[in-house]
Design a binder for this molecule. Structure first.
Ligand SMILES: C[S@@+](CC[C@H](N)C(=O)[O-])C[C@H]1O[C@@H](n2cnc3c(N)ncnc32)[C@H](O)[C@@H]1O
Length: 257
């Protein structure tokens, strides 16, 4: 008998440690079904066997299901709030900051964070931990080459200051690159960093089921220092944040209480 979607997700979990049952099913199933069709497979088990046999196909499958869209200073008004209202208070309280960009995709978010922190600190005092589940995205992040569209929300003076143009692509300055530590990390499985002053986790929580999201909020809360801040994406406001000992301090910003 051919596999159900559930059989497929269980097998993928064993193979990759990615628990697809934590992602909203309708959205994820539609994406996977359309990929299977495009690759000319008709059954989940047949596609699974191909993934097992071909490491490149497996990596591109993980890359496809994880959706890596990002850009520098995505939703600029929220970064403005971060710069104007959030960072000065955190810096006042803690001095140097431990910052984690979780689900950082191809690096635009942690690199934006370094540029912003450089308004307050010398570069050598800045470290941003950046993590993602997707190896291909992390490889691109480390390469640091971007198309013009990724820079559309970036202030012009930052483009001048931190990028060189090479073959039509924008290359991030090595001095910024060196301030970011990239690592592979699965938000659903792996231990979280501790004592963070600021966690940026944007545009990934919306892919997860309510149950999975709730678990992650507790983990983020535990990863934060007291009064530390969780910065979430535009469609990811937390309902009843007090359940997780979090308090909304601005739209999209939650403080650990
Ligand atoms: C749409 S991108 C968001 C990038 C960036 N945070 C932003 O807002 O521009 C979503 C990222 O979440 C990552 N992701 C998906 N599931 C994950 C998981 N379980 N653990 C860690 N990262 C995950 C994907 O690989 C992808 O790079």
């Amino acid at each position: 008998m051919s596999w159900s979607y559930e059989d497929f997700t269980k097998a993928i979990y064993k193979l990759t440690n990615i628990d697809l049952s934590c992602y909203k099913e309708r959205q994820m199933k539609r994406r996977i079904d359309s990929l299977i069709n495009r690759k000319n497979y008709s059954q989940y088990d047949e596609f699974y066997s191909a993934l097992v046999a071909d490491q490149d196909l497996l990596e591109s499958f993980v890359n496809y299901i994880t959706i890596n869209v990002s850009e520098f200073f995505r939703n600029p008004s929220q970064w403005e709030v971060l710069k104007r209202d959030i960072l000065p208070i955190l810096i006042d309280r803690y001095g140097k900051l431990k910052v984690w960009s979780a689900a950082c995709s191809t690096g635009e978010e942690p690199y934006s964070m370094v540029m912003l922190l450089h308004e307050f600190f010398p570069l050598e005092d800045i470290t941003v931990i950046a993590s993602d589940i997707d190896k291909e995205a992390l490889d691109k992040a480390k390469e640091g080459l971007y198309i013009e569209k990724s820079l559309q929300s970036l202030p012009k003076e930052y483009v001048k200051k931190y990028f060189t143009i090479k073959d039509g692509l924008y290359k991030i300055d090595d001095r910024v690159k060196q301030r970011v530590i990239f690592k592979r990390h699965n938000l659903l499985m792996d231990p979280y960093p501790t004592n963070c002053h600021l966690i940026i986790c944007r545009n990934v929580l919306s892919y997860f089921t309510e149950e999975a999201k709730s678990k992650l909020y507790f983990k983020f809360r535990d990863a934060l220092e007291e009064d530390g801040i969780l910065f979430v994406g535009s469609t990811e406001q937390i309902i009843f944040p007090q359940r997780y000992n979090l308090k909304s301090v601005r739209t999209f910003f939650y403080k650990k209480i």
